[in-house]
Unconditional design. Structure first.
Length: 112
């Protein structure tokens, strides 16, 4: 997806090219596209290998187990905190509004 930027000129939107865009007139070279496909394919393959290696390390090693356990504990603490905050807010919203002063005494309003 290519982005454009532009400006209004005499009530019409005029688009400007954003870096590296080539006009619609030139077609990409087939060999250049094949090279890009190969590069992206290699990059995706390396990334997947890295992810698989990380997953293996997390599942198989003691250190991996400790990292996973810490993430689980942190998530549990965050969830607990969020639930406590919701309960606190719910209690605040259901309590009757407290008036300033001595509680049940009515406040005198001066009329001039």
């Amino acid at each position: 997806m290519t982005g454009t930027r532009g400006y209004f000129k005499e009530g019409k939107w005029v688009e400007e090219k954003i870096g590296g865009e080539t006009g619609g007139a030139s077609k990409p070279d087939g060999k250049a596209l094949e090279k890009r496909i190969d590069e992206v394919s290699s990059s995706v393959s390396r990334t997947l290998s890295d992810v698989i290696g990380l997953a293996r390390d997390l599942v198989v090693t003691k250190e991996g187990h400790m990292v996973v356990q810490k993430k689980i504990d942190d998530a549990g603490k965050s969830l607990d905190s969020a639930i406590r905050d919701m309960i606190t807010e719910a209690k605040k919203s259901t309590e009757p509004a407290k008036k300033e002063g001595s509680g049940d005494a009515k406040k005198k309003i001066d009329i001039k």
